[in-house]
Design a protein around this ligand. Structure first.
Ligand code: COA
Length: 162
């Protein structure tokens, strides 16, 4: 039986915290679809192509990991790729309420889909995509927070005056 999981998010941009979760999930599942939401509630800084491109560049040559994008309901996307699990990372207690609500809502819509939470590595427990963008805008160092390709992209923001 193929165990397929979806790891959804806005990935605006992908951080080393996300990469850590994806790599650990790939050890448990036969395939992990990293699914970038096309139109998240938040207005993304990076376009969908840029967000997908940064993930692809950061995770190249990993057979079990597929980078994709989706629109609409997550449960419908999961069904379309035959996933049985949704992976979410938990960084701190503050993530819990939101994640609990999402997991229960998704289960209500599709009881066959199980949400699986993975604890983030302590090294990344403070990290968020917004934080890396703010540091980039203010010209600080985000060494170790994001993959090298994302680092270059974030640096170019400052040069472009974004
Ligand atoms: N390391 C570092 N940062 C992490 C992280 C980790 N392990 N895990 C989460 N984060 C951060 C992200 O960087 C992001 O930071 P930001 O707020 O500064 O951008 C934040 O945590 C949460 O982002 P993310 O995990 O990408 O979730 P999201 O809230 O952007 O996306 C979806 C949530 C896409 C899963 C959800 O909105 C969804 O499923 N939408 C589809 C529509 C649907 O089905 N709705 C009903 C759902 S109940």
């Amino acid at each position: 039986m193929n165990r397929i999981a979806v790891y959804p998010g806005s990935f605006d941009p992908v951080t080393n915290g996300h990469i850590d979760i994806i790599e650990r999930a790939a050890k448990i599942f036969d395939a992990v679809y990293v699914a970038v939401i096309r139109n998240p509630e938040k207005s993304p800084l990076f376009s969908i192509d840029e967000r997908v491109g940064m993930l692809k560049a950061s995770l190249k040559a990993r057979k079990k990991i597929r980078i994709d994008s989706f629109d609409g309901l997550l449960v419908e996307y999961a069904r379309a790729v035959k996933a049985t699990s949704i992976i979410r990372g938990l960084r701190a207690v503050s993530d819990f309420d939101y994640e609990f609500q999402m997991a229960l809502t998704n289960r209500r819509m599709d009881p066959s889909l199980e949400t699986i939470f993975m604890m983030t590595d302590y090294k990344y427990s403070y990290l968020s995509s917004s934080l890396t963008k703010e540091i980039a805008r203010l010209g600080g160092s985000f060494e170790g927070m994001v993959p090298p390709g994302v680092m270059r992209k974030l640096r170019s923001l400052k040069e472009r005056g974004v």
